[in-house]
Design a protein around this ligand. Sequence first.
Ligand code: AMP
Length: 629
Amino acid sequence: MTNPFSILGISDDVVNAVKDLGFETPTPIQEQSIPVLLEGNNDFVGLAQTGTGKTAAFGLPLLELIDFKSNKPQALILCPTRELCLQITSDIKNFSKNISGANVVAVYGGANIMQQLREIRIGVQIVVATPGRMLDIIGRKAIDFTNVKFVVLDEADEMLNMGFQEDINDILSTTPDDKKTWLFSATMPPEVRRIAKNYMDNPVELTMGTKNAGNVNIEHEYYTVRARDKYAALKRIVDFNPEIFAVVFCKTKLDTQDVAEHLIKDGYNADALHGDLSQQQRDKVMQRFRDRNMQLLIATDVAARGIDVNNVTHVINYSLPDEIESYTHRSGRTGRAGKTGISICIVNSKEIGKIRQIERIIGKKFTKADLPTGFDVCEKQLFALVHKVHNVEVNEAQIEQYMPRIMDEFAELSKDEVIKRFASLEFNRFLEYYKNAPDLNATDDKGGERGERGERGQRSNEGYTRLFINLGSVDDFTRGDLLSFVCNNGKISGKNIGKIDLKGVYSFFEVENATVDSLFNNFKGVEFNNRGVRIEKTADGDGGGERRSGGGGRGFGGGERRSGGGGGGYSGGRREGGSSDRRSSGGSGRREGGNSGGGFRDFSGRSREERGGSSAGKREGGSDRKRRS
Ligand code: AMP
C-alpha cells in the first residue's frame, strides 16, 4: 500500500524517516499544508495550535525544496523560545536523517555562541533560531542569508507577545525579497495580521479548526472559590485526579515558587519552572517532567512557552493570564497529538467576566464545575487504589518464596477481611485528612449562573429535573462521555441536558422536564460494562442528600455495586459528619506532616524526608520520585 505521506508528495528517504518516528498517517494540518507548501511558490499563513503536528507540516516540504548539495543557508525558521528551537531542530534532524549532506543548526541564547558560529561556518542549509541570538550573529556578519528561499515564522503570536517584532523586522531585512514566508500562529491578533500584510504577498491561508479557537480535544472548566481557598482547591483537584500529569500556571515567579514549595512540602511530586532559575536548572526540571518523574510542573507563562510534552492530562490556571490571548497557549499544553485534555481555571467570583472573555476568544463554552467534596476525593482515591491493586503486575518468580509466610499471616482472615485491610492501608489517610474538609465552592454571584450551592443540595434549574446516575469518573467517564452516554441511550439531544455534575462512582445531570419520562423508558435495561445502569430522580432541594446520608447502607455510593459481597463494602456511613465509624480502622499513623498538607501523594511508603521533597531547591538533588503509575 502506498504510504500516505508519499501520496502527499514526500520522497522515500523522508517517508522512511517519519515512519521510524511512528508517523503512519499525516495529521490534518499536515494533510492540508504539505501539498500547498510543496509548490514552493506561495507565502502561507497557517492558523494552528501547538501539538497538531505543525513542525512536520512545514519541515517535510522544506526538506523537499532545499538543495542539499549546496551548504548555504536556504531556510530560516524563527521561533520564540530556546525549548521550541531545540525541539524543531531535533525534529528536522530526525526527518532528514536519510538525506546525505543535510545540516541543521540551532541558534538560541543562553548557550555558547562560539559553537553555534562554528557550525554555521562549516555549512548549513537550515537555521532554526530565536530572534535575539539570530540578530547577534547577523550583527557579527557571521552568516549570509542571500540564498534564503524560505522563512518560517513559528508561533508568530508568541514572538510578538514576547516583544520580538523589531528583531524580526531586522532579521527579515537581511533575507532576499523573493523568499517565501510561511507563518504559523495559534491565534490571529491584529499584530500578526499586520505581519502577514507587510511581509507576504497574497498568502494562502489555512485554518485548522475554528479561527482563534482552542484545540477541539480540550475541555474547559472553571471552579469558583474564595481567594483564600485557592491552594486548597488546587490540592483537591489534584487529589481527585490520581493520574494527573499537569502544568499549573501562575502569574508571577514568586507565586510559582511559592505554590511549588507548598506542594512539595505537602508531599506532592511538583517543581517550579520560572525565569529566575538558571538555564541548567530549567533544563533539569523540564527533563524530569518530560520523563514523567514529576507530576505537577508549576510554571510562569514565559518559562512554559514552547513546552512540548505529550500526554499532559490537565492545564491548571492557578491564576488567569493578564493577556487573555495567553490562555490559548496555556491550554495548548494539553490535548496534544490527538489526545484529550482538560484546561481548568480556579477563579474567584470577580473573575467570571474574564472567563466570558476567554470563551469569546476561543469560541468555546466553559463548564462551571464544582470542586469535589472530601468524600468524593476519598472515594476516587479508594477506587484508584483498588484498580491499581487489581491490575498490578505480579512478579511470580520473586514473590513465590514469600507466599507461604504471607498466607500464614493472613490465615485467620477471610478474603473480605484481607481485601478490606489492603484497601484501608492508604484509604485511612485520605479519610483522616478529609474528614472535616469544608466545601470550597464559593457562591458565584456574577455571570448569571444558577444560584445553586451546596454539594448535593442543589436545586435543579427551572424547567429541568436533576437526575442521579450510577456512573461516574471511576468508570473513566468525562462530562463529555456522560453527555453522549445519556444522549445515545436516552435517545435525546444534548440540547435537552443541563448541568452535569460528574462525581466518583455516580453523577448528577439535569434534563428538560418534558424529556424525563421518555429518558426513563429508554434507559430500561441499559447496561454499562455488564452492570445495570440506574437513573433516579433526586428530590429537589435536598438533591442527592438522601445519598449523602448513606441511607440504606449504600455506604460509599459505590460499595454496593462493586463489592458483590453483601455487607462487605466500605461501610460508608455518613459522608458529611466525619462520623467516627468511618475513619476508624486505626488510622494509619503514616500521614506525614499532619498539618495542612496531608502528604497523600506518595503511595510508596517512604517518608517525605526519604523522598527528598522539602523545598523547590531540592530539584538539584537526585531523589526524584517516580510518578505513580
Ligand atoms: P508538533 O505540533 O509538531 O509539536 O507535534 C506534536 C506531536 O505530534 C509531536 O510529538 C510529534 O512527534 C507528533 N506527530 C506529528 N505528526 C505526527 C503524525 N503524522 N503521526 C503521529 N505523530 C505525529
